[in-house]
Design a protein around this ligand. Sequence first.
Ligand SMILES: C[S@@+](CC[C@H](N)C(=O)[O-])C[C@H]1O[C@@H](n2cnc3c(N)ncnc32)[C@H](O)[C@@H]1O
Length: 349
Amino acid sequence: MAASAFSNSIKRSDIIHRLPPLPTIRDLIRLYKLRALKQLSQNFLMDERLTDKIVKAAGNIENKYVIEVGPGPGSITRSILRRRPNHLVVVEKDRRFIPTLQLLKESTFNVIELDIIRDDILKYNCENAFPTCKPKDWLDSPSTHIIGNLPFAISTRLLINWLKDMSLKRGAWIYGRTSLTLTFQLEVAQRIVAEIGSDQRCRLSLMSQFWAKPELKFIIPGSAFVPKPEVDVGVVTLNPLKLPSTDLPFDLVEKVMRYIFSMRQKYVRRGIQNLFPPKIRDDLTKRIFYEADIDSQSRSFQLSNEECLRLAQVYYNIIQEHPVIDSYNYRGPKEEREVWDDWDLNSMQ
Ligand SMILES: C[S@@+](CC[C@H](N)C(=O)[O-])C[C@H]1O[C@@H](n2cnc3c(N)ncnc32)[C@H](O)[C@@H]1O
């Protein structure tokens, strides 16, 4: 039978039975020199039940649009395809996996659209992924999903980049409230979801929770990966909030959260005061806590999401009045800091 006639006769439901088998661990070691790939954080998940469970955590993806980050030899990719999305885009940096992924693509006979992008996910613009996907209203349930067993080395940076895109409704969020289903080192996963009072509470918890609802769905023991990492892994979903907790600029909020959590064991005042140049430090620190109505002797992990945002709001107001203060960096080079030594609010008049 000619290839096109054959592909015309294939139904989407047949795909489940037509995917080529996953390369074995022995294949991986031989083909990809597994041991040499530490720098790309390649810890492969070869257990189909676990890859199915990750994809299930993303919710219903049938007929939806999915981006998979770092497909590697394609174990999660197979689980995604079995759930019959409308269009799957996989972004893989390591060219050695492309032929295996290409085989997988051929096995779908274009019944499911599968695009293989060889790129660095930190550079790839998700806006280009789905030319035929109609953007949805922000309040509608999403038809776009990002799924990935992420390289640990870039997972936090990637999450912060995506949260910023989410806040600006750009990148993957031009399509609507694209959901994220991602793996992290368990410790990082616990930080993302950490509530007020938790030891794990940090900048990443707040930044994730201002724009999304993060949930730690389940834990995968390190022993399930090849090669085995030294840590267990948490599967986290982040669904963008219909109504984000703030409309303050992302970078400003991130900066204030960084300062709030910069001295975890000390009073929160100690971190916040470094936002301001020496001569006006005391006055503006008093003002920020007074106007935000927060006890400056709290510890950062004792502050609620709302309290942290109130601090960011007052900092924003101060910056609106005196924009130059935003460029002050208490850890900047000595010569730069010296310029600020005698600076006060009158210096600007
Ligand atoms: C932890 S492995 C997961 C592989 C596969 N999804 C699995 O679960 O078995 C991470 C994958 O991401 C790829 N990768 C690493 N850095 C990347 C980047 N910056 N952009 C895209 N892919 C990357 C690696 O080559 C590897 O295939």
